[in-house]
Design a protein around this ligand. Structure first.
Ligand SMILES: [Zn+2]
Ligand SMILES: [Zn+2]
Length: 185
C-alpha cells in the first residue's frame, strides 16, 4: 500500500470532494494535465510537461473511489530501424481503486489521502506498458543499409552494393588503377 501525504496543488492530485462517499455517486471530468518526467522506455516516451488529455470517471464504491479513464499523450523518440527522430501518440485505458483506508488495501494498492488521490502512478504504469519496445517511424521503414549505414528510404530502392565474385576482384583492381591513371593524366 502507498500511504503518503499529497500536495493538493500537484497537477496529478485530484480532489474527490465533489464526489462524496455515498456509493454509486459519480463524477466525470476531462482535465488536460502536464506529463510528469521520465514516462519513457528505451527509445520512446512522453515529453515532460506535454499536454495529456484525460477522460475520467470517478465513482464512489464501498471501499473507496474507483477511477476509470483514458489518457491520450504525445510521444517523441527515435526509430529503432533508421534512428531518425519520430513523433507519435499513445492512448491508454486504465482503472484503479483508491481505498479509503489502508486496512482494506493490499500491498500495491493506492490509498486516498483524505479527499485527494494521486493519478500519476496509474498514468505512468499504463503508458509504460503500452510503449513499443522497438518504435518505428513507419511500419514499412526500411531502416539502414547494413553495408554502408545510409538510410534506405533516402538512398532509394536501387541502392545496393555489388558483391563481387573474388575472381573478378582483381580485375576491378585493374579498372580502378586505370581510373587513377586517367586522373593523373
Ligand atoms: Zn525509421
Ligand atoms: Zn549501402
Amino acid at each position: 500500500m502507498k500511504v503518503h501525504t499529497l500536495d493538493p496543488r500537484a497537477p496529478w492530485v485530484i480532489s474527490t470532494h465533489d464526489l462524496g462517499r455515498r456509493p454509486g455517486s459519480m463524477r466525470t471530468m476531462k482535465p488536460v494535465l502536464p506529463a510528469p518526467a521520465d514516462v519513457a522506455v528505451g527509445l520512446i516516451g512522453v515529453p515532460k510537461d506535454a499536454d495529456v488529455e484525460l477522460d475520467l470517471r470517478l465513482e464512489a464504491v464501498m471501499e473507496g473511489v474507483l477511477v476509470t479513464g483514458t489518457a491520450l499523450a504525445p510521444l517523441t523518440g527515435e526509430c529503432s530501424r533508421c534512428l531518425e527522430p519520430l513523433t507519435s501518440d499513445v492512448e491508454v485505458d486504465f482503472q484503479e481503486l483508491f481505498f479509503y483506508t489502508a486496512e482494506d488495501a493490499g500491498e500495491d494498492d493506492q490509498i486516498l489521502d483524505g479527499e485527494l488521490l494521486d493519478l500519476e502512478p496509474t498514468f505512468r504504469d499504463a503508458v509504460v506498458l503500452a510503449l513499443p519496445l522497438s518504435p518505428v517511424c513507419s511500419d514499412d521503414c526500411a531502416g539502414l543499409c547494413t553495408e554502408c549505414g545510409v538510410r534506405l528510404a533516402e538512398a532509394g530502392p536501387d541502392h545496393r552494393h555489388e558483391t563481387l565474385d573474388p575472381r573478378w576482384a582483381s580485375l576491378r583492381g585493374l579498372v580502378s588503377n586505370n581510373d587513377e591513371d586517367d586522373q593523373e593524366a
